[in-house]
Ligand binder design. Structure first.
Ligand code: ARG
Ligand code: ASP
Length: 686
């Protein structure tokens, strides 16, 4: 009895404080949270956040390009997001003469704003639960089709919440004419590069500016020079008043993927199998790319974006493993599951659930792990990927224009393809694959290819001396027969994914997920005090919290804001990622901050970044950070790396998201970009 009480107390201690600022809430159901939000200082109502009939904040939040968030900040459809979210667009328009990545870009007027093929934003029209309709026999397909007929540019999707216990219809309006308006130089927008990525203190001005265009009726339309700036139902007012520790913060955006309700088996998989394996394999690839970049400035540029992509998740997973260990998540989940078992023992519909889940993990984990392993190794071999893309382009059913376009894209890929680096990477991942792949799972086709050459080294030599895909020119005139017999094509076929897209987490495998459906129902009966929110799935969410520092270890307190003084302290013309523009140095030297001068910590400075307690994840990049009156105070762009276990367990004492202060954004636009007219368009007097 005493022991049981102790366990219960421990469980309460584990979960209750976690409710503080935990959660990513559906805006249409935010009424449940308004009480808690108001307690923290929020001054508005649920109808201000989400309303179908009246303009509300949701009308000013956009899904940016399908992978980030952005916010509308003027009556003329001006959008703010992160520099790393606009990166591809900025890079696309960059040439040697107009190197916008390095120098930044500022349109001086509407005519100079740059269109971006393929880039779109979506604005939520409405969301509604359709669980009953689907149960009554309607298909998601029919529901989506009906919704998309409602208006021009309408896009809809049905998304599952709580592992399919609830289905929600999301109806969006999609705008396909989104133009680049401005971007700071990378030395501001990506200041600190991969070194500072996921790190606090942070000094990155991670923002870029776009504008949505619409037809003359303000409706979505494909790019046309005749299009006019979109007039939004609602835009965010920008607040230059400043923020201080303890102030309320709300984040409104599109978080991508969390797994808060997985069992101890699934956490163990992430912490002890999946993450460590992926970290090790990426450490090896990064070492090869890093050394090649050190040795050759051309390679440094060619592999900058690839290196950044590999390093981003690599660092995040290290934080996740560290955080899960620190929180003892597996042991806590085991204790929770033991309690659940006791509770469920006399309920036949629930009593078997943990056993069923355990059995499902035992049956499917190895196969999933093998797919993850392939994705991190043999499927990253670029020469084979290119062969696969070429085969798709040359397929008989590919239309001629489409074929030309695909072949142009393949040709483009060779801009960032160095055969020596690719050869070393191919060898590295083939060895990595062999290190982790159980002998009985090793693909026979791949084995035969390697054995035909005697050794993996000899095989890679053969690949890079004989494949027609090893250089940008040789594949173009290749015949169908030559390509079919090409070693890169054979490699592609031996390792390609024949099973469709891998579910985003082990627990989303249909054979496992089916048990989570009843398990979630059971948890909600078992744990009535817990505030349940559906896992992130790239649908619109609200998370609330406050500006706060954190004490990571005894005596290690981090204050929640940084200033321009910290940028100057890191400034170093000899290191690419820390070489700031001269204009910023001059500003600092003359302290000519003008309207942006701010008294902080007893000195005159300019704020740069701040920390808050909002529960966020990948996809929340570019999200508006709002104050108690719903005004824009910053743009979210990161978390601290030691926070990243928040995708599985949120720890309110140390989990922090990182935002760039809107005052720094405005100052850079005004003083570095010389585009003060944009600041005025946002309603801020200069
Ligand atoms: N860590 C942030 C996120 O996950 C920012 C990544 C972009 N920045 C970079 N230096 N790679 O997206
Ligand atoms: N940097 C991430 C993004 O791009 C945000 C995060 O993981 O906190 O969405």
């Amino acid at each position: 009895m005493k022991k049981r009480l102790l366990t219960i107390l421990l469980l309460l201690a584990a979960w209750l404080p976690a409710m503080a600022d935990e959660g990513m809430w559906l805006p249409s159901l935010v009424a449940d949270r308004i009480g808690a939000m108001r307690e923290k200082g929020f001054e508005l109502t649920e109808a201000d956040i989400y309303s179908i009939n009246e303009a509300s904040m949701k009308d000013a939040v956009v899904l940016f390009g399908g992978f980030c968030t952005g916010e509308i900040v003027s009556e003329q459809g001006l959008v703010l997001t992160n520099h790393h979210c606009g990166y591809d667009a900025i890079q696309f328009h960059s040439t040697l003469e107009h190197d916008y990545l390095t120098r930044g870009f500022w349109a001086r007027n509407r005519q100079e704003e740059l269109p971006n093929e393929g880039l779109y934003v979506r604005i939520l029209v409405r969301m509604e639960e359709v669980t009953d309709r689907i149960q009554a026999g309607e298909t998601p397909k029919a529901i989506i089709a009906a919704a998309e007929r409602e208006g021009k540019g309408y896009r809809a999707s049905v998304e599952q919440m709580y592992y399919g216990n609830q289905q929600f219809l999301f109806v969006y309006r999609q705008y396909d004419d989104v133009r680049l308006v401005g971007a700071p130089p990378s030395s501001i927008g990506k200041f600190g590069g991969d070194t500072d990525n996921w790190i606090w203190p942070r000094h990155t001005g991670d923002f870029s500016v776009f504008r949505i265009y619409a037809d003359e009726n303000n409706e979505p339309a494909a790019y046309s020079p005749k299009n006019v700036p979109y007039r939004p139902k609602r835009h965010f007012k920008v607040s230059t008043e400043g923020v201080k520790e303890g102030d309320f913060t709300m984040i409104y955006g599109f978080p991508g993927n969390t797994q808060q309700y997985i069992t101890s088996d699934a956490v163990r998989y992430v912490q002890h199998r999946s993450d460590p394996m992926k970290i090790d394999l990426r450490t090896r690839r990064l070492a090869i790319i890093g050394a090649a970049q050190e040795a050759d400035p051309k390679v440094r540029i060619q592999y900058a974006s690839k290196h950044a992509n590999i390093a981003n998740a690599w660092k995040k997973w290290q934080g996740e493993v560290l955080g899960l260990k620190r929180l003892n998540t597996v042991a806590k989940k085991e204790a929770y599951e033991a309690e659940f078992r006791t509770w469920a023992a006399d309920k036949p519909e629930y009593a078997h659930l943990l056993d069923s889940l355990e059995a499902a993990y035992a049956a499917h984990t190895e196969a999933y792990c093998l797919q993850e392993l392939k994705n991190e190794t043999v499927r990253t071999i670029e020469i084979a990927t290119l062969a696969g893309r070429l085969a798709a382009a040359r397929r008989a059913d590919t239309a001629p224009e489409r074929r030309a376009e695909l072949e142009r894209e393949i040709e483009q890929s060779y801009k960032d393809f160095d055969p020596t680096v690719e050869r070393a990477l191919a060898l590295c991942v083939l060895q990595g694959f062999a290190d982790y792949c159980p002998a009985e799972s090793y693909p026979a086709e791949l084995k035969a290819l390697i054995e035909a050459q005697g050794s993996v080294e000899a095989y890679v030599d053969h690949l890079f001396t004989t494949s027609l895909l090893r250089s940008a020119e040789s594949w173009k005139s290749a015949t169908e027969e030559e390509l079919a017999a090409d070693p890169a094509t054979l490699l592609y076929k031996a390792v390609r994914n024949t099973q469709g897209r891998l579910p985003r987490n082990l627990s989303n495998l249909p054979a496992i997920e089916r048990w989570y459906r009843p398990f979630m129902q059971a948890l909600m009966c078992f744990d009535r005090e817990r505030a349940f929110f559906p896992d992130a799935n790239m649908t619109l969410r609200v998370s609330y919290g406050s500006i706060a520092g954190y004490e990571y270890a005894d005596g290690e307190y981090h204050i929640p804001h940084t200033t321009i003084d910290g940028i100057i302290a890191k400034d170093n013309p000899a290191i690419y990622d820390y070489d700031i523009p001269q204009s910023l140095r001059d500003l600092y030297a003359t302290k000519s901050y003008g309207r942006w001068a701010t008294e902080m910590g007893g000195r005159t400075t300019v704020p740069v970044c701040f920390l808050a307690t909002n529960h966020t994840t990948g996809g929340n990049s570019g999200s508006p950070v709002l104050n108690s009156r719903g005004e824009l105070i910053g743009i979210n762009f990161d978390r601290t790396w030691r926070s990243t276990m928040s995708d599985i367990e949120f720890d309110p004492t140390i989990c922090r998201n990182i935002a760039v202060d809107i005052r720094y954004v405005l100052m850079v636009i005004d003083r570095v970009g010389g585009a003060g007219y944009l600041v005025e368009e946002m309603g801020v007097k200069l």
